[in-house]
Write a protein that binds this ligand. Structure first.
Ligand SMILES: [Mn+2]
Length: 234
């Protein structure tokens, strides 16, 4: 039976990802083991290259699922040539994007970052270094819906008559832990984006009514949580 290993907010922390998956008995060779990333793969950490190479292995085996996170959107924008200098400098300053930029850029040239030609070079280098990952990250949906669970990075917009119409910005940026999920929503929402340490003393998974919050704070070097659900449970 298929088993889903759900993680979020990896933020280029390969060591933390490996520890988490080993502890959860995730087996790279087991065709029933599927890794699901609830957004935010890169930025902030320094092990982006190892993370991407590991994920490419799983993509090739068709055992990686994911939803779009706000940080995944940054790299999408580079790949689709929608980034500009203003976005890039903001993301370098506030969102740890420099580490990701360096994956596709010669550090010697970082002084010329304000030139679009450097962004273009970064895009080309990144795409040729990580062709499988580049294609995969452009295909990410805003949410994954199963029989009993929905996985999203930020939150779903329950003010809409149908939450399926949640816009991209809301799904990837909203910090919905404050919002009460209406009774009409019959599933349980699994999401990341806000480190659980923000709510109290723990990095571990937080279970609330219809909400499961899984961000273990890897961006601060804390941990990556693994939520396991079988094909029957999910
Ligand atoms: Mn996020």
């Amino acid at each position: 039976m298929k088993r889903y290993f759900i993680v979020s907010d990896i933020h280029s922390q390969f060591d933390l990802l490996l520890v988490a998956l080993v502890n959860a008995d995730f087996d790279v060779e087991n065709p029933d083991h599927v890794l699901v990333i609830a957004g935010d793969i890169l930025d902030r950490g320094t092990q982006g290259d190892s993370v991407i190479r590991f994920l490419e292995l799983l993509i090739k085996k068709e055992r990686l699922l994911g939803v779009l996170g706000n940080h995944d959107k940054f790299i999408q924008d580079i790949l689709t040539q929608k980034s500009n200098y203003r976005d890039i400098s903001w993301n370098i300053e506030h969102n740890g994007f420099l580490q990701t930029l360096l994956l596709g850029l010669d550090p010697q040239k970082i002084t010329n970052i304000d030139q679009l030609i450097v962004l273009e070079e970064m895009r080309k280098n990144f795409e040729s270094k990580y062709p499988i990952f580049s294609k995969w990250i452009l295909s990410l949906p805003l949410f994954l819906e199963f029989d009993r669970y929905v996985i999203v990075h930020g939150f779903l917009d329950f003010t809409l008559s149908d939450w399926h119409d949640t816009c991209e910005r809301y799904a990837i940026w909203e910090r919905g832990f404050k919002t009460k999920i209406p009774n009409s929503f019959k599933k349980t929402l699994i999401f990341g984006h806000t480190p659980n340490r923000h709510f109290g003393e723990t990095d571990d998974i937080i279970y609330e009514s219809k909400k499961i919050m899984i961000d273990g704070g890897a961006a601060m070097g804390h941990q990556i949580n693994v939520l396991q659900l079988t094909e029957e449970q999910i």
